[in-house]
Design a protein around this ligand. Structure first.
Ligand code: NAD
Length: 255
């Protein structure tokens, strides 16, 4: 990954932070971005404590001005690897789902990656190289109740990526979507609480009877598994893998 620069959205926490650390350890120059400035600073500090120096910027993927400011601040920095990771969730049956929240989820999870791709693809095209990796979800392929906005947006992300794969097929740019089942991050910790409330059951039952139930391997996905997949997709050797959904689901979708 030496001489490569990777920009990760939503890298202040969870999977995005793990991916940033992993790519930094492999020698890439890292640009951490997140809507939460404090999370950016704290992520930078945690990586600095490990001897990894990374740049950090505030970026709300729903805010075009933020994106313009970021492009201006990066000036001549070439972004080779774009990881669209920023995410939010809201768990509620559609009848009770606030439409503003529904739209926000689609804006972050689907329109957000379209915005960042649009911003960074011209320079990738100019350099003749680019790797775009979306952190999708198993909910890009299957549904669960109470997650209509999230499931719709993650399904849309896979469709969006197929189109961009075709539009970039004339150059060494690829776009792929990593689709993990549940990973224990702050986003899922909150869901465990919310689902317990929705279903009127204990948090332990949410983990065993809802989250791990459809996974034959009965285990959460580790961030390091996602990082290894992202690192492969970011490599030069993955140049003919594009428009794909790579599934890490403990066997969920083979049943
Ligand atoms: P997380 O909550 O730990 O991290 C998400 C990060 O995104 C946070 O730092 C948050 O500040 C940031 N963010 C939120 N809105 C943003 C915005 N508008 N602009 C920029 N940053 C924003 O969650 P996570 O579990 O690490 O999720 C990361 C990605 O992985 C998401 O796309 C999520 O859908 C996906 N995912 C997670 C799981 C899981 O089980 N945790 C499973 C499948 C897919």
């Amino acid at each position: 990954m030496e001489n490569m620069t990777a920009l990760i959205t939503g890298a202040g926490s969870g999977i995005g932070f793990g991916v940033a650390q992993s790519l930094a350890e492999k020698g890439a120059n890292i640009i951490i971005t997140d809507i939460n400035d404090e999370a950016v600073l704290s992520a930078q500090q945690k990586l600095a404590d490990k001897g990894l120096t990374v740049q950090g910027f505030k970026l709300d993927v729903t805010n075009e001005q933020d994106l313009e400011n970021l492009l201006a601040a990066l000036a001549d920095t070439r972004v080779d690897i774009l990881v669209n990771n920023a995410g939010i969730q809201h768990v509620s049956r559609l009848e009770d789902f606030p439409m503003q929240v529904w739209q926000k989820i689609v804006d972050v999870l689907l329109t957000g990656p379209a915005r960042t791709c649009k911003a960074f693809m011209p320079q990738m095209r100019e350099n003749g190289f680019g790797r775009i990796i979306n952190i999708g979800s198993i909910h890009g392929l299957v549904a669960s109740p109470f997650k209509s906005a999230y499931v719709a947006a993650k399904h849309g992300l896979i469709g969006f990526s197929k189109v961009i794969a075709l539009e970039t097929s004339d150059t060494d740019i690829t776009i792929n979507t990593v689709c993990p089942a549940y990973v224990k991050t702050p986003l899922v910790e909150k869901q465990i609480k919310d689902q317990a409330q929705q279903h009127g059951i204990s948090e332990e039952d949410v983990i065993n009877k809802i989250m791990l139930e459809p996974m034959p391997k009965k285990s959460f996905i580790d961030i390091e598994e996602i990082c290894a997949t992202v690192c492969f997709l970011a490599s030069k050797e993955a140049r003919n893998m594009t428009g794909q959904a790579l599934v890490l689901d403990g066997g969920w979708t083979v049943k």
